[in-house]
Design a protein around this ligand. Structure first.
Ligand code: NAD
Ligand code: TDX
Length: 361
C-alpha cells in the first residue's frame, strides 16, 4: 500500500499542479494529505472535488512565509514528507511585480526549509530515515536553448525572468539545506504543464477561453518560441514516484518530449475548438493576432527526462495531441469552473509588457 499511514504536506495544493498531485494521492495511494495554501488569486479549492469530506484530506490556510503557522502544522500533523508546490508561477506577472515572487518563492521556501529542518531534527531515527522534502521547480531555471540540445540535470542555471530567477534561488536553497544540514531533499524540474484546472492566465487555457469567446488570440512575438509540454496528470504521477523512490539529494528533470512552437499550439487549439464547437464566423485561426513580445522571452525549452525514465521507470502516458484534445474537451465540459474565476474578477488582459518609466514591485 503506497504511503499507508503517512501524512504528506502538499503546499500550493489549491493551485494547478498541487491540486493534480492531491487528486492523485487521494485516488491512487493511501497517503493522508494536508493541503497548505495561502489561497492567492491562483488558488481554487474546487479543483479537488474528491476532497469534500474525504477522511484522508485536511486543508490549512497557511502562508509558507509564516514560520509560526508552519511550526504548528508540523507539530500537529507530524508529516512523513513535504511536497513544496506553493509559488507565484506566472512569468508575465513577475515582470510587472517581482516582489511577491521573491517573497513566496525565495523567502517562503527558506522559511519552509527552516521549519522542516527543525521538525526533522526532532524525529527519531526511523522517522528521519523516511522523511523527505521534495521541492518542485521548473526547467526555466536553465534559461533558453538554441535550436539544438536538451536540458539535463547538470545544465548550468541561467534564469532570465524574475520568476525563473526566484525559482533558481529556491532550488539553490534546497541544495544547501541538504549539503549543509543533511535535510533529505529531492528536487524536480519540469517543463510546461497543461491539462484540467489550469488557471486561465496561462497560454493554453487562455487561448481556449478567448477562442470560445471569439476574442483575438494574442501570440507573443513571432510565435516561434518553443515549449515542451507535459500533461499535468503525467507530472503528478512522476512527482509521486520521485517522492517514493527518488534518491536523496538528486535532481530529476520531468518532461513529456513534446516540443511545439506556440503558434502550433494555438493553431491546434483553434482546430479542436472548430471541430468540437464550430463557429458561424468560420475558423478561429482568423482570430490569431501577433502582439508585442514578452521582455526576456526564452526562445526554447526542451527536457531530457532519461534519468527519471531509466531510474524510476516513468513514462508520459499522454502525447501532446491526446492531452490537448482531452484538455479542450475538459474546458468545454467544465465551464462553471473557469467562469467562476472570471466572475470573481480575473481580467484576461495583457500584462508583463515593460512600462517606459518607473519601477514596479
Ligand atoms: P499555481 O500558480 O497554479 O498555484 C500556486 C499555488 O500556491 C496557489 O494555490 C497559491 O494560492 C499557492 N501559494 C502561493 N503563494 C503561497 C504562499 N506564500 N503560501 C502558501 N501557498 C501559496 O502554480 P502551478 O502552476 O500549480 O505551479 C506549482 C509549482 O510548479 C510552482 O512551484 C511552479 O514554479 C512549478 N512549475 C509549474 C509549471 C507549470 O507549467 N505550471 C512548470 C514547471 C514548474
Ligand atoms: O497570451 C499568451 N500568448 C503567448 O504567446 C500567453 C499567456 C503566453 N504566450 C507565450 C509565452 C510563452 O512562450 O506562450 C508560452 C507559454 O506561456 P505561459 O503559459 O505564460 O508559460 P511559461 O512562461 O512558458 O511558463 C510556464 O511554464 C514553466 C509556467 O507558467 C511556469 O510556472 C513554469 O515554470
Amino acid at each position: 500500500m503506497r504511503f499507508k499511514g503517512d501524512v504528506i504536506f502538499v503546499t500550493g495544493g489549491a493551485g494547478f499542479i498541487g491540486s493534480a498531485v492531491i487528486r492523485h494521492l487521494l485516488d491512487e495511494t493511501d497517503a493522508s494529505v494536508v493541503n497548505v495554501d495561502k489561497l492567492t488569486y491562483a488558488a481554487c479549492l474546487e479543483s479537488i472535488p474528491q476532497a469534500v469530506d474525504h477522511p484522508r484530506y485536511r486543508f490549512a490556510k497557511v502562508d509558507i512565509c509564516d514560520a509560526r503557522g508552519l511550526r504548528n502544522l508540523f507539530d500537529q500533523y507530524r508529516p512523513a514528507a513535504v511536497m513544496n508546490l506553493a509559488a507565484e508561477s506566472h512569468v508575465d506577472r513577475s515582470i510587472d511585480g517581482p516582489a511577491e515572487f521573491i517573497q513566496t518563492n525565495v523567502v517562503g521556501t527558506f522559511t519552509l526549509l527552516q521549519e522542516a529542518l527543525r521538525y526533522f531534527r526532532g524525529l527519531d531515527h526511523p522517522a528521519q530515515t523516511r522523511f523527505r522534502f521534495h521541492h518542485i521547480s521548473t526547467d526555466e531555471v536553465y534559461g533558453s536553448l538554441g535550436d539544438h540540445g536538451l536540458f539535463h540535470e547538470a545544465t548550468p542555471y541561467a534564469p532570465n525572468s524574475p520568476y525563473s530567477a526566484s525559482k533558481a534561488s529556491s532550488d539553490h536553497l534546497v541544495r544547501a539545506w541538504r549539503e549543509t544540514y543533511g535535510l533529505p531533499t529531492l528536487l524536480t524540474n519540469c517543463s510546461n504543464n497543461y491539462g484540467p484546472y489550469h488557471f486561465p492566465e496561462k497560454l493554453i487555457p487562455h487561448m481556449i477561453i478567448k477562442g470560445l469567446a471569439e476574442d483575438p488570440l494574442p501570440v507573443y512575438g513571432d510565435g516561434r518560441n518553443i515549449r515542451d509540454w507535459l500533461y499535468v496528470e503525467d507530472h503528478a504521477r512522476a512527482l509521486t514516484l520521485v517522492l517514493e523512490r527518488g534518491r536523496i539529494g538528486q535532481t530529476y528533470n520531468i518532461g513529456g518530449r513534446n516540443e511545439r512552437t506556440n503558434l502550433h499550439v494555438v493553431t491546434t487549439i483553434c482546430e479542436l475548438l472548430d471541430r468540437l464547437e464550430p463557429s458561424s464566423h468560420g475558423s478561429r485561426q482568423r482570430l490569431i493576432s501577433f502582439v508585442a513580445d514578452r521582455p526576456g522571452h526564452d526562445r526554447r525549452y526542451a527536457i531530457d527526462a532519461a534519468k527519471l525514465e531509466s531510474e524510476l521507470g516513468w513514462r508520459a502516458v499522454e502525447t501532446f495531441e491526446s492531452g490537448l484534445a482531452k484538455t479542450v474537451q475538459w474546458y468545454l465540459d467544465n465551464r462553471s469552473w473557469w467562469q467562476a474565476i472570471l466572475e470573481r474578477g480575473y481580467k484576461a488582459t495583457r500584462i508583463g509588457v515593460l512600462q517606459k518609466t518607473g519601477h514596479s514591485a
